[in-house]
Write a protein that binds this ligand. Structure first.
Ligand SMILES: Cc1cc2nc3c(=O)[nH]c(=O)nc-3n(C[C@H](O)[C@H](O)[C@H](O)COP(=O)(O)OP(=O)(O)OC[C@H]3O[C@@H](n4cnc5c(N)ncnc54)[C@H](O)[C@@H]3O)c2cc1C
Length: 150
């Protein structure tokens, strides 16, 4: 098996055609990883996502440094992964953030039922608060594996 590095344009393609990611954040040296859905904004070089307020939002508010993994895995010999190192940035309701809200809304709404499961109700919580946020991309790398004969 050979592992190839993806160039930045390949990484962008992977982020553009996928919506499911693993988001890693940490607090007090404790990592925490959850699956999330996202939309990629090529022009602003960021990912948008939507969430109820829970542990990951509380942790990212405290420590905005995050890692996002996006994958296309055929089998153990054929896979492609992109890692994004970036920063959590909450999109507020104030007028200065209106442009970011519009762009995020436009991109997220291209997915059917885009608010699910980000705004799904957890059994024990009656009226969950929701937040829209972006991950500003600082750095990304990608790798692709293929059998030698492919
Ligand atoms: C395909 C898919 C897409 C998803 N998309 C989104 C999305 O776009 N936005 C979004 O906010 N959420 C999404 N989720 C749900 C997400 O993975 C989290 O479960 C959810 O956001 C709650 O995270 P939290 O940190 O707010 O947990 P909280 O509700 O605060 O709960 C924290 C506690 O629950 C545990 N916990 C939290 N999530 C999980 C889990 N998935 N599995 C096991 N234990 C868990 C933690 O270990 C911790 O103990 C998605 C899940 C899947 C499977």
């Amino acid at each position: 098996m050979l592992i190839h590095e993806l160039n930045p344009s390949d990484c962008v393609d992977v982020l553009s055609r996928n919506h499911l990611a693993r988001l890693g954040c940490s607090r007090y040296d404790q990592p925490y990883i959850v699956p999330i859905l996202f939309s990629f904004d090529l022009e602003r070089h960021c990912l948008y996502a939507f969430s109820t307020i829970g542990q990951k939002i509380a942790w990212m508010r405290e420590n905005p440094k995050v890692c996002v993994e996006v994958e296309e895995i055929g089998d153990k010999n054929h896979w492609l992964t992109v890692l994004v190192i970036g920063r959590y940035d909450e999109i507020q309701q104030d007028p200065e953030q209106a442009d970011a809200r519009t762009r995020a809304g436009h991109l997220l709404q291209q997915r059917r039922e885009w608010w699910l499961p980000g705004a799904a109700r957890v059994e024990s919580v009656e009226h969950p608060d929701v937040v829209l946020y972006r991950i500003q991309i600082d750095r990304m790398t990608g790798r692709r594996a293929a059998r030698d004969r492919d």
